[in-house]
Design a protein around this ligand. Structure first.
Ligand SMILES: *Cc1c(COP(=O)(O)O)cnc(C)c1O
Length: 427
């Protein structure tokens, strides 16, 4: 599929049926696979042959869908995970262990922030958070001898900051570590971080990739470009023999293109078991088949809503990287010339009360914690996800009490704007 355009890859990538085989990716709803001899199966356990034996590690439906996403991102290999959280954890834990250090943008999804700052800290993995706007010198200063990865989000959820991928990749490579980018919001339709130097890309496929709010999932894509063997001492898990696999050295046996995903499957999926169900992978693939048609509409609606809100006197500010007034406008244009996503945030002058009343008055936009699906939804962090915080704490965290995050779906933009208009009348 590699010589086809991305639109074609969305529809037909990852799976090419043979004569008389199902046209659609089949759901292989089987935990286990049958072999004629123990010897045949033994070869799979020794990673001498590729094939399936148990769906906790690998399943054909999941692999077909992962292969499509690898093609979309321009990577060498990919694997599905049970959620976006699992994808980010596995991507990091595949190259970090107790005593390792990670440099991460501070502007990331709340769940990932907790994963790094709390849960991975308990495992003895330390993190230094840097501003997404940090200069090269400031980024350099965050690195230590035990740094093993750098992390950021292309467009951060919910702050909507834009990552300078080229700069982050340059600094990561200068220090001999890979850059991992969570590309959930733009999807490969609007940005392909590997083309800008990222080494590993992750997604919460729960969002735009599925796109219908139907299935929780994640994916990890390896660019196949990072030279693990060049930094042997840093990545013993990839560059020295794995005793739990008869002394295989992943980076030698599977090369730059295959080592990362093979180890992540063979060790982490085996031991931690966070695979996506074949049923969810099938649903994800239905979403992927129209991703290239849906993303431009999400962008069109997001931009129209952002522009409308910018002209309203009840609104103190609008945050959308596609607006010329936005701090990240130039970076967004560089990395996402066709636009980023459909998520817009804005602050109402009336604060918490106005936000609550405003959202209650919306008829099309439902109040949800979700983002990035076909139906427009909204959230006021102060009265929901961040309700334990005081107005002062909220302000300090960059989430003022009157802030509303709106995820523009695929409805008609005029209807969305009219819905907002009538809600403004209500407050
Ligand atoms: C939602 C989200 C996640 C977590 O994904 P889940 O599928 O909910 O586990 C990670 N990163 C980003 C950017 C997200 O928006």
């Amino acid at each position: 599929m590699n010589n086809y355009k991305i639109n074609t890859k969305c529809v037909q990538g990852g799976y090419t049926p043979g004569n008389g085989e199902p046209r659609q990716i089949p759901i292989i709803q089987s935990t286990t696979f049958k072999y004629d001899t123990s010897e045949d199966m033994g070869k799979l356990f020794d990673l001498e042959a590729s094939g399936y034996f148990y769906s906790r590690l690998q399943n054909p439906t999941c692999d077909n869908v992962a292969a499509k996403i690898a093609e979309l991102e321009g990577g060498s290999a990919a694997m599905l995970t049970s959620s976006g959280q699992a994808a980010n954890f596995f991507a990091l834990f595949n190259i970090c262990e107790c005593g390792s250090h990670i440099v991460s943008s501070s502007s990331i999804y709340g769940g990932t922030f907790n994963l790094l700052a709390v849960t991975m800290a308990k495992m003895g993995i330390e993190v230094t958070f840097v501003s997404p706007d940090a200069s090269e010198e400031e980024l350099d200063a965050a690195f230590k001898d035990n740094t093993r990865a750098m992390f950021g989000e292309t467009i951060a959820n919910p702050a909507l900051t834009v990552l300078d991928i080229e700069l982050f990749a340059k600094v990561a490579h200068k220090h001999g570590v890979p850059l991992i980018v969570d590309n959930t919001f733009p999807t490969p339709i609007n940005c392909r971080p590997i083309e800008w130097g990222a080494d590993i890309v992750t997604h919460s496929t729960t969002k735009y990739m599925d796109g219908h709010g139907s299935a929780v999932g994640g994916v990890i894509v390896d660019s196949g470009k990072f030279d693990w063997m060049k930094y042997k001492d840093k990545y013993p898990g990839l560059c020295t023999p794995d005793d739990s696999y008869h002394g295989i050295t992943y980076a030698e046996k599977f090369g730059k293109e295959g080592a990362f995903i093979t180890k992540c499957t063979a060790q982490l999926m085996r031991d931690l078991g966070s695979i996506q169900s074949p049923q969810s992978a099938f649903i994800l693939n239905l979403g992927l088949e129209s991703l290239h048609v849906r993303m431009p509409r999400h962008v069109e609606n997001g931009l129209a809503v952002a522009k409308f809100l910018e002209g309203r006197e009840e609104v103190s500010f609008v945050n959308y990287p596609g607006l010329e007034s936005n701090k990240y406008y130039d970076l967004a244009n560089k990395y996402m010339p066709n636009g980023g996503c459909g998520v817009v945030s804005f602050e109402l002058k009336g604060g918490r009360e106005a936000a609550e009343k405003f959202m209650k008055s919306l008829k099309l936009a439902a109040i949800e914690t979700h983002v990035a699906d076909a139906r427009t939804c909204c959230l006021n962090p102060a009265t929901s996800t961040h309700r334990q915080m005081t107005d002062e704490q909220l302000k300090a965290a960059g989430i003022p009490a009157g802030l509303i995050r709106m995820s523009c779906g695929l409805e008609d933009k005029e209807d969305l704007i009219n819905d907002l208009k009538q809600a403004f009348i209500a407050i």
